[in-house]
Design a protein around this ligand. Sequence first.
Ligand SMILES: Cc1ncc(C[n+]2csc(CCOP(=O)(O)OP(=O)(O)O)c2C)c(N)n1
Ligand SMILES: [Mg+2]
Length: 324
Amino acid sequence: MTLPKETLLRAYRQMKTIREFEERAHAEIMNGQIPGFTHLYTGQEANAVGVCEHLSDADTIISTHRGHGHCIAKGADVIGMMKELWGSSEGLCKGKGGSMHVADFEKGILGANGIVAGGPPISVGSALAAKIRGNTNVAVSFSGDGSVNQGTCFEAMNLAVVLQVPAIFVIENNYYSEHTNISYAVGCDDLKARTEAFGFPVFVADGADFFAVYEAAGKAIAHARAGKEPAGVFAEQGRYHGHFVGDPQHYRGAGELDDLRKNHDCLKNFRARMLQTGELGSEELDAVDAEVMALIDRAVAEAKAAPRPTPEQVEQDVYITYGA
Ligand SMILES: Cc1ncc(C[n+]2csc(CCOP(=O)(O)OP(=O)(O)O)c2C)c(N)n1
Ligand SMILES: [Mg+2]
């Protein structure tokens, strides 16, 4: 697969931005700078970017508790997100969402969702809206391997087929649901077949390979857009950090984390491929790295200096007031 240079540069920049956003957020949380509870996406960047590269602002995504990467890939403002993590009134959601509830409707980000498998039903609603309005928009839900045994996920998949709506179920298999391995928690060896049994095609990809995810997601999204019907993507890639920041990860196998960082890294893979094909040079990739580091430094500096909500602001925008 060959992609335009502009797409390659943007995809690399987005993956690198997610990586550095997460690694920096991790350091700042450990320093006690960021309030609340955080789940990091580090390692899974190619999933979010490989999918969102096919989407416009008019398409929607629903994210998860591990949602920073999805939001950045869909175009959320990085500085506004960092401020949101800090709980600032200048944050993307005025500091009321925090890490687990980032949303930006202008960008088609309908929100992260702390409820496991809370996203798939919402994406079916969004896909139904596209169908009723007669446009070509699609609705993507990201959810984890822990979501695929949830009733809401099954109901959403079935309803998407019954209603014939362009909902795309992106299942990110990072092999763990909290601290439980998929081999224990999922009573079926062939998740692809089990999901396809609902009546839509599922495309599987190695989540450490941007191009594999891009290709699988491209097929699923084209199928959904053209036929106004559902599709699925399974992307397989472990997470580099614990379930949450501070998780001691006693459940990991010996050498597992080292192996992930060493041998399953979408950024390393992307760079190696670019240098091998000559599509991008190391100076061009280094320049993107420097640009991203500067952006993240700026985001952290601005987030630290940004105001906290006043007592009056805390009560604003919590409930919608209808009528006069
Ligand atoms: C309905 C529901 N049940 C349980 C939880 C607690 N919980 C939060 S994250 C999580 C694991 C989710 O695993 P997975 O879907 O694989 O996503 P990952 O954390 O691996 O990204 C659980 C059980 C929850 N948030 N919602
Ligand atoms: Mg998981």
